[in-house]
Design a protein around this ligand. Structure first.
Ligand code: FAD
Length: 506
């Protein structure tokens, strides 16, 4: 006996963010037995993140509406009979069998499910630039986690650099929570009349999003935080920690324009150039991927019920391409209905009827997203900020120069990983792979065929010949290996395997 537990469940949901919680609740209401696991100590995911264990909410007015939205989703899932298991990470996924590890357990649990919904969300898009590893340079998500979960301000003089709707939201939220934000930089252009007109038209069905954007803008104005469009971070300066941010005017491709640099003293630089979907479990499971930089890069292919090409494996939320919490929840409803129909818990006709309003909602959100692209389409310049000395893989401390030297010998992503160890560390490539993919793409003909890795996906600007999604996907990711989260060897080891004396202690 190796101590490993085995369990069976109807639907296993990986991820307790809005997508996972909504899908779990709906599937349970349709009669499926549902287990939801999340590696964090609390549920709610990124947007509805709850304060960590030990925190008590004394004044409900001060925690904000996201907190209460999270509480409501968790209670609804529990009320529907979902089993919620926190501090439980899925380490591997093969078909519909998942290997999970609950914090404190001595062995892993093997979960066999009839259906698995993978809703792992996204993480900050890593953007290497000189000084990005200095203490005091934080990602937007990291800063948000500090403030939301631990009520700790990331610094006393904070600059924000980034792009996208959340680049308006983040500094406004930080400011609102009492953080001293002294500058906000948006890499994209200032909104002009035609874009605003398109947004107003696409605003039909998206009033809440427009209202949020105006609120955030007003908060920044009210707090006199300068918001500067068309400017990009160039480097962070400092000895032992960040002391200043240097930023420059950016062209339409987000490339820094010479002689436009400005320097501002800060003790914290918060960086938020969008998000990348967490794809490791879906890639391990063997799902097919396409590529769209504006959705975060690698994007899993799903059908109208959020089913991937792997039998029994579904995906929803930001992990399928970053589109925000409302889309995540709508996709989750489709996944739950699809799984319930596949397992015979609801008729296909009823599922289709229930899905109709959800599909209309998704179409409205997609119109809005496309109307926003002229403002926020990701420019290739974002992956051209690193200099040869810049550390690209932080876990293994591999510089851009080292990577480029290795690329003289190979342009195979897996061989590159073996040569340099970039992507082999704790984060398993999550923070270096987008940059490595972009550099590789430039060297390997993606540049001649598609302008660059990013241009190829940049539908808003100019029509360029594209590499297929599959080709780009191959460049952008190495072969994933389990466990996708760090785990002690002892919890994975199978002690029924006889020791043939191959590993003899010294
Ligand atoms: C850093 C960040 C900050 C954001 N801030 C805002 C904001 O301020 N306002 C806004 O409107 N939107 C924000 N968004 C977007 C919004 O949070 C997302 O659109 C929404 O949360 C997506 O929901 P989801 O359920 O798909 O993923 P998430 O909410 O990200 O939830 C995914 C969950 O899956 C869990 N998970 C992942 N992998 C595993 C695994 N292997 N095993 C177990 N559990 C796993 C994670 O712990 C997480 O709780 C932010 C997104 C990110 C990434």
């Amino acid at each position: 006996m190796n101590g490993r537990r085995e369990e069976e469940v109807g639907l296993l949901v990986v991820g307790g963010g809005p997508a996972g919680l909504v899908a779990a609740e709906l599937a349970a209401r349709h009669g499926l037995t549902v287990l939801l696991v999340d590696e964090r100590a609390t549920f709610g995911g990124q947007i509805y993140r709850q304060p960590g264990p030990g925190f008590v909410v004394r004044d409900p007015r001060r925690v904000g509406r996201d907190y209460w939205a999270g509480v409501a989703l968790v209670e609804a899932a529990r009320g529907a009979g979902v089993e919620l298991r926190a501090r439980t990470a899925v380490l591997s996924l093969r078909g519909t069998t998942a290997v999970c590890l609950t914090e404190g357990d001595e062995h892993v649990t093997l979960l066999r499910a009839r259906r698995v919904l993978v809703a792992p969300g996204a993480s900050d898009r890593p953007v290497p630039f000189p000084g990005w590893t200095l203490p005091g340079v934080v990602t937007a998500g990291g800063a948000q986690a500090l403030v939301k979960a631990s009520r700790v301000a990331p610094g006393t003089r904070v600059a924000f650099a980034g792009s996208g709707p959340l680049a308006l939201a983040f500094p406004a939220q930080l400011r609102h929570l009492g953080v001293n934000v002294v500058l906000a930089l948006e890499a994209g252009p200032a909104p002009r009349a035609p874009t605003v007109a398109r947004l107003v038209v696409a605003g039909w069905g998206n009033a809440a999003l427009l209202r949020d954007a105006l609120t955030y803008r007003a908060r920044l104005l009210g707090a006199r935080v300068p918001l500067r469009y068309g400017r990009i971070v160039v480097r962070a300066e400092g000895e032992d920690r960040v002391e200043a941010v240097v930023h420059a005017a950016a062209d339409a491709d987000w490339r820094a324009i010479p002689d436009s640099e400005e320097r501002l003293e800060v003790d914290t630089l918060c960086v938020g150039y969008g998000f990348v979907p967490s794809t490791e479990l879906l890639r391990l499971a063997g799902c097919q991927f396409g590529y769209d930089e504006n959705l975060g890069g690698l994007v899993v292919e799903v059908d109208a019920w959020q089913r991937t090409n792997v039998e029994g494996v579904l995906a929803a939320g930001d992990g399928t391409g970053v589109r925000g919490a409302l889309v995540a929840m709508a996709q989750a409803r489709l996944a739950a209905l699809g799984a319930a129909a596949d397992l015979g818990a609801v008729s296909r006709a009823r599922a289709a009827r229930l899905a109709r309003p959800v599909r209309r909602q998704l179409a409205a959100k997609e119109r809005f997203r496309r109307a926003l692209l002229p403002l926020y389409a990701v420019g290739p310049g974002i992956y051209e900020l690193a200099t040869p000395e810049t550390v690209v893989c932080r876990c293994e401390e591999v510089t851009l120069a080292r990577l480029e030297e290795a690329m003289e010998a190979t342009v195979d992503t897996d061989a590159l990983k073996s040569y340099t160890r970039a992507g082999m560390g704790l984060c398993q490539g999550r923070s270096c792979q987008p940059q490595i993919g972009a550099v590789l793409a430039r060297r390997t003909g993606a540049a001649s065929e598609a302008g660059s890795l990013l241009d190829g996906a940049n539908e808003a600007r100019r029509p360029v010949p594209r590499l297929s999604g599959g080709q780009l996907a191959a460049l952008a990711g190495t072969t994933p290996r389990p466990p996708v989260r760090p785990a002690a060897i002892g919890v994975l080891a199978d002690d029924t395997v006889p020791d043939r004396g191959l590993f003899v202690g010294g």
